[in-house]
Design a protein around this ligand. Structure first.
Ligand SMILES: NC(=O)c1ccc[n+]([C@@H]2O[C@H](COP(=O)([O-])OP(=O)(O)OC[C@H]3O[C@@H](n4cnc5c(N)ncnc54)[C@H](OP(=O)(O)O)[C@@H]3O)[C@@H](O)[C@H]2O)c1
Length: 323
């Protein structure tokens, strides 16, 4: 694909996050959204008319077969990320898959092996990693001195009883939906992969974890504490070091708060739409300009940590990830 062209994206799943992504997609410098696929042609058509998307497909397979689509954004429930990614790669499409890519490390390996073999780009959609606020947080991190501990939280009160996040068969649950951000934040701040984890979960009536707390120990001795849940509202990322504390009050969505260093508010720069930036990052890589911000190593680190935390919570014992 010549670098002067725009990447033509198709959306799989016209749901809530796909709607959010499209809020600022018109400003995309190197991509355009040209198609949408749904299990229902009516839903695809309604979404297409709402967002001015001309090509509408009544099945995911039909979208994957559309030659006018270069890349697909997989905005489906968690258990469908991996199977749909494999189908998309087999159809020759680049892939941006919503988070968490998978709780199974072997699926991450299989997908990145397939993408590399086909010369296609694949990225897990942690949009918060693309925000100016996150960049500023990492610029300020050295100010805390020698890093000692990390704390992060993400929670909201789940009002619905029929949300896909409550479905065990769709890989729902608080660790998958929200805890994956706290894992992402802990790994980013530590700059390493955990060597041992311990997890505790509280299961709800549908069988998924509605609250999950975990400890992640990193090779340096830094310990990260993570809390995720569907029963209270909380969002934070905190790095504690020998010289001070850096706190982000809304690290994942960047809607509230800001960043404080030792209790003093820090300017975070001009806010920008992290969803559009994420799409621009992967589109640039597809057009031959550098690598995606997040690749195989990050997705594998996420899946290994999620898997180990679930195993720890199930057994009541710490799980080693060393070696
Ligand atoms: N990055 C972020 O900020 C962010 C925020 C929220 C969610 N997410 C992630 O995005 C993904 C989708 O979340 P969402 O909130 O957008 O979900 P959603 O609106 O409930 O569902 C998205 C779409 O999935 C399709 N779908 C396919 N099989 C389904 C099934 N068995 N049950 C229900 N829907 C099914 C539906 O489209 P059709 O039936 O029309 O095909 C639906 O519109 C999740 O992996 C979630 O973790 C990311």
């Amino acid at each position: 694909m010549p670098s002067s062209e725009k990447v033509r994206w198709g959306i799989l799943g016209p749901g809530s996050i796909a709607s959010r992504l499209l809020q600022d997609a018109d400003r995309g410098t190197n991509f355009s959204v040209v198609a949408v696929g749904s299990r229902s042609r009516d839903r695809a058509a309604e979404f297409g008319s709402r967002f001015g998307i001309a090509r509408v497909h009544g099945s995911y397979e039909a979208l994957l077969a559309d030659p006018a689509v270069d890349a697909v954004y997989i905005a489906l429930p968690n258990s469908l990320h991996h199977p749909m990614t494999m189908l998309a790669l087999a159809a020759g499409k680049h892939v941006l898959s919503e988070k968490p890519y998978s709780r199974h490390p072997e699926q991450v390996v299989e997908a990145f092996d397939a993408a590399e073999a086909a010369g296609l780009s694949l990225m897990e959609a942690f949009m918060w990693r693309h925000s100016p606020q996150t960049r500023r947080f990492m610029e300020l991190l050295p100010e805390v001195g020698e890093l000692q501990s990390i704390r992060s939280t993400f929670g909201f009160v789940m009002a619905s009883t029929s949300d896909v996040r409550l479905e065990p068969g769709l890989d729902g649950g608080a660790l998958m939906d929200l805890g994956c951000y706290t894992i992402s934040g802990s790994r980013m701040v530590a700059g390493a992969e955990p060597v041992r984890v311990f997890g505790e979960q509280t299961l709800g009536p549908t069988g998924v974890d509605v609250r999950f707390s975990g400890l992640l120990r990193f090779p340096s001795g830094v310990v990260a504490e993570i809390v995720a849940g569907f029963t209270s509202t909380q969002r934070s990322l905190e790095a504690v070091g020998s010289k001070g504390t850096l706190v982000s009050r809304d690290p994942w969505q960047g809607e509230l708060g800001g960043i404080e260093l030792n209790g003093r508010a820090e300017p975070v720069g001009v806010p920008d739409d992290a969803y559009r930036l994420e799409m621009e990052s992967l589109s640039a890589a597809i057009l031959g300009h550098g690598q995606p911000l997040l690749g195989r190593a990050d997705a594998l680190g996420q899946a290994r940590t999620i898997d180990a935390l679930f195993r720890s919570a199930a057994s009541g014992n710490p799980v080693s990830l060393a070696g």
